[in-house]
Design a binder for this molecule. Structure first.
Ligand code: HEC
Length: 133
């Protein structure tokens, strides 16, 4: 008597589970290997540091444009420099990198690949942890 009901429930559970398991999964943060950190640092230095670096601007402005903008936005609640932040996941980075934001340009996959974005995430985590010590 119970059996058909259980089978039905199992079938329903299977149906319900299908969409979730078919949804694209976010890649977990990869292990911070030295190679990945180095790659992230290289990609960041080339593509992001001109605006998000920690030094002064070439034009004598005290902060680079990305750092200045974020410093003003967070007003002390988060650092202006991305290399001091440990809250930036690959998903957040991918959103800004692929779409751009205000004065920030978007980057194509041929310029900054999805693997590069994971490397940037790992590099930023590592550099933020370093400066907390
Ligand atoms: C031409 C300068 C420029 C370049 C190059 C640039 N950014 Fe930006 N970025 C900005 C500015 C300015 C903002 C603030 C945007 C706004 O106010 O809408 C920003 C915002 C961001 C944010 C949002 C942070 C937050 O808390 O809101 C992230 C993340 C980010 N950039 C990552 C990157 C990464 C990673 C790269 C390199 C692949 C990069 N940016 C390259 C100028 C730049």
């Amino acid at each position: 008597m119970m059996r058909p009901v259980l089978l039905l429930l199992a079938a329903l559970a299977g149906l319900l589970a299908t969409p979730a398991s078919a949804a694209p999964k976010t890649k977990a943060t990869p292990a911070p290997t030295l190679a990945l950190i180095e790659r992230g640092k290289l990609v960041f230095t080339r593509n992001c540091a001109p605006c998000h670096g920690q030094g002064p601007g070439d034009d004598g402005s005290p902060r680079l444009p990305g750092t200045a903008r974020l410093e003003a936005r967070y007003n002390g609640s988060l650092p202006g420099a991305l290399e001091l932040r440990s809250d930036l996941t690959a998903d957040v980075l991918r959103y800004f990198i692929r779409n751009g934001s205000g004065p920030m340009p978007m980057f194509r996959k041929t310029e900054v690949s999805d693997q590069d974005i994971l490397a940037i995430e790992v590099y930023l985590q590592q550099s933020a942890a370093k400066t907390r010590k």
